[in-house]
Design a protein around this ligand. Structure first.
Ligand code: NAG
Ligand code: NAG
Ligand code: NAG
Ligand code: NAG
Ligand code: NAG
Ligand code: NAG
Ligand code: NAG
Ligand code: NAG
Length: 289
């Protein structure tokens, strides 16, 4: 057989193929008659039509059970993490006063972050809220969207606002760092009691070298009116409260390990597994000849 096959001429092979594609004697197209092809087509049409219908139905049922404004599955931690600005890879802020390029980038990052806090922006998009009270906007049966947000004016950061001192103290070796708490949806931070952020040298014996620290707003307070946060989709113009820390007299050419933490009745800051839960540690070093 194999020998026979090899003997087929090129013309024969072509002819066989032609006949396979369209056989005029049996009226078969690629080995099947028209009605056979029609049946196959019909089968797939029904098959895929059924699949599409099933998929659409499942999707529809699922969407019925979802509120478009409330995330169904929230993988956010209930213990809010803390972060600093300027944020660098290893939370290491090191610069040399006489080398402008070494701190320019920090200033740029702070400018960028604080743009949204400009008084004019806050006045245009947010409202004045009553201090010391949660800004609750419950739905009470009817949807209450979008949620209004409270003003957090840039000027409340005073010496760290970047307005009068456009280098945030970096030029004089008295740098500002911003500390913020990450957003947690529907979290009543503080449990009705005032909260504040405090910063200190990680090792007590280094406190002297770290020197005096100023906080803005005063005492590092975070007002309750910025809570609860209702989520990105409904709380459109939400402005996150921040606290600025200004190092007034730190020892130059020394690695300062600083830890900032929030003092709030319902936020633990001693979770050994999560070193960002309610606190943040960073390094700051100012070089000077
Ligand atoms: C914010 O205010 C500063 C100074 O008032 C101004 O230079 C800057 O352009 C403003 N930024 C925005 C985004 O409005
Ligand atoms: C924020 O600044 C604007 C404009 O200066 C002012 O009208 C508003 O009262 C300030 N808001 C707060 C909460 O201080
Ligand atoms: C959010 O800000 C925009 C202007 O940027 C404003 O038109 C809108 O009313 C604000 N939304 C809320 C809920 O305050
Ligand atoms: C900027 O300086 C002026 C004059 O010294 C002062 O009145 C104002 O409160 C300062 N602004 C900020 C945001 O610190
Ligand atoms: C805060 O206090 C108010 C009034 O005393 C109370 O109704 C509310 O339940 C409290 N909220 C929390 C989170 O403790
Ligand atoms: C910060 O809050 C803690 C506990 O709420 C309080 O003991 C402490 O006095 C506050 N610190 C300042 C500077 O207000
Ligand atoms: C700054 O710190 C040094 C010690 O590091 C201290 O001798 C000096 O008195 C401090 N200056 C001020 C104004 O606190
Ligand atoms: C700071 O920068 C200047 C200029 O680039 C350089 O001469 C000096 O050695 C630097 N000082 C330190 C402590 O790195």
């Amino acid at each position: 057989m194999a020998v026979q096959k090899e003997k087929k001429t090129c013309g024969q092979v072509m002819k066989e193929w032609k006949e396979f594609i369209w056989n005029p004697r049996t009226h078969q197209f690629m080995g099947r008659t028209g009605s056979s092809w029609a049946l196959i087509l019909l089968f797939y049409l029904i098959f895929y039509g059924f699949l599409t219908a099933l998929f659409t139905l499942t999707m529809w049922v699922m969407l019925q059970t979802m509120d478009p404004f409330v995330p169904k599955y929230q993988d956010r931690l209930s213990v809010p993490g803390m972060m600093i600005r300027p944020k660098t890879e290893a939370l290491d802020i090191t610069y040399n006063i006489s080398n402008t390029e070494s701190w320019e980038n920090y200033v740029r990052m702070l400018n960028q972050f604080l743009e949204a806090y400009n008084n004019s922006r806050q006045l245009a998009t947010n409202e004045v809220c009553r201090p010391g009270l949660y800004n609750e906007q419950p739905d009470n049966g009817v949807l209450n969207y979008p949620k209004r947000a409270c003003q957090f004016n840039r000027t409340t950061l005073e010496d760290c606002s970047g307005l009068n001192d456009t280098t945030y103290g970096y030029r004089e070796g008295r740098p500002c760092i911003l500390v913020k708490m990450n957003r947690v949806i529907n979290f009543y931070a503080g449990a009705n009691q005032t909260m504040n952020i405090t910063c200190a040298a990680k090792k007590e014996e280094d406190a002297q070298k770290l020197g005096e620290i100023a906080m803005f707003p005063a005492n590092g307070n975070i007002d309750l009116m910025y809570f609860p946060y209702y989520g990105k989709k409904v709380h459109l113009n939400y402005t996150q409260p921040v606290v600025a820390v200004k190092f007034l007299n730190l020892t130059y050419n020394f690695d300062h390990n600083v830890e900032c933490k929030i003092n709030a009745a319902n936020i633990a800051t001693n979770d050994d597994r999560d070193k960002f839960a309610g606190r943040v540690a960073f390094k700051i070093r100012v070089n000077k000849d």
